[in-house]
Design a protein around this ligand. Structure first.
Ligand code: HXC
Length: 257
């Protein structure tokens, strides 16, 4: 499929989505939202894909929502058109998602990275929520996911000052899974994605769902969900194969079912 604002590619069992609006540092306009969500959902529906990498350019993962596009909107237009609503479908993708971040991940760009399961950062990456300087606040989860990721006091400093975190600061704060040299980012992202995609798909889906429940609910609800999801996996062919392979001291051959 051809998209206007992204490039897509399949490398083995890994689906790649590359934001491609270099003239605007990958600012997230409505077309980007439609393209990314459509591409991610297509990968999600494909049992041949076991991990999705979302990335940008060397200079910018994404410099935020498109300021020029939203500047003139009224509050009621924003509400009625649910201008950014479709992004929630990206967060709901079951296939594990990896944000491979180089350069700016600001505003909606930082929020989009936080919708992924894993954030890999180049040493050049910069994370921030600069919305306060535009007279608004984060609107795609920045005040919520950032608090859960790095804690309320670190999150408050970023949201109230607009200050950017370096890749190393973001890693120490717990926002970034791992920092790599900028030149190694694509290979590291592919390697991590391949490792994930080689695992049985039903267990991957159960794991991403359970990890999401952990940040969305109470401990008691999360433990209940985990117990059910764990039990459900015992009805999958891949669980029988994985455990038989262990017993027979051989490599498992998963069929992703
Ligand atoms: C529209 C943007 C953009 C954005 C950059 N551009 N960010 N266009 N929306 N968010 C455009 C610039 O206008 C410029 O195009 C081109 O990209 C290159 O950017 P420069 O500013 O010339 O680059 P540089 O001087 O290197 O500065 C990089 C930067 C800066 C520090 C990242 O671009 C910047 O501050 N951008 C805005 C960051 C921001 O405030 N993001 C939050 C947006 S609000 P032209 O054609 O003019 O040269 C948000 C809300 C999310 O994300 C909530 C949604 C519900």
């Amino acid at each position: 499929t051809d998209y206007a604002t992204i490039l897509t590619e399949t490398r083995g069992r890994v689906g790649w989505i590359t934001l491609n609006r270099p003239e605007a540092l990958n600012a997230l306009n409505a077309q980007v939202m439609h393209d990314v969500v459509d591409a991610a959902e297509a990968f999600d529906a494909d049992a041949g894909i076991g991990a999705i990498v979302l990335t940008g350019s060397e200079r910018a993962f994404a410099a935020g929502a498109d300021i020029k596009e939203m500047e003139a909107l009224s509050g009621s237009e924003m509400l009625l058109a649910d201008h950014f609503g479709k992004w929630s479908r990206f967060a709901a993708v079951r296939t594990p998602t990896i944000a491979a971040v180089s350069g700016y991940a600001l505003g909606g760009g930082c929020e989009l990275a936080m919708m992924c399961d894993i954030i890999l950062a180049a040493d050049s990456a910069r994370f921030g929520q600069p919305e306060i300087g535009l007279g608004v606040i984060p609107g795609l989860g920045g005040t919520q996911r950032l608090v859960r990721a790095i804690g309320s006091f670190k999150a408050a400093e970023l949201v109230l000052t607009g200050r950017q975190l370096t890749a190393d600061e973001a890693e120490r704060a717990g926002l970034v899974s791992r920092v790599v040299a900028a030149a190694d980012l694509p290979d590291e992202a592919q390697r991590t994605a391949e490792t994930i995609a080689s695992k049985p798909l039903p267990a991957l889906y159960a794991a991403t769902a359970a990890l999401d429940v952990a940040v969305e609910s109470t401990l008691a609800e999360g433990l209940r969900f985990e117990r059910q999801a764990f039990a459900g996996l015992f009805d999958t062919a891949d669980q029988k194969e994985g455990m038989a392979a262990f017993r027979e001291k051989r490599a498992p051959e998963f069929r992703h079912r």
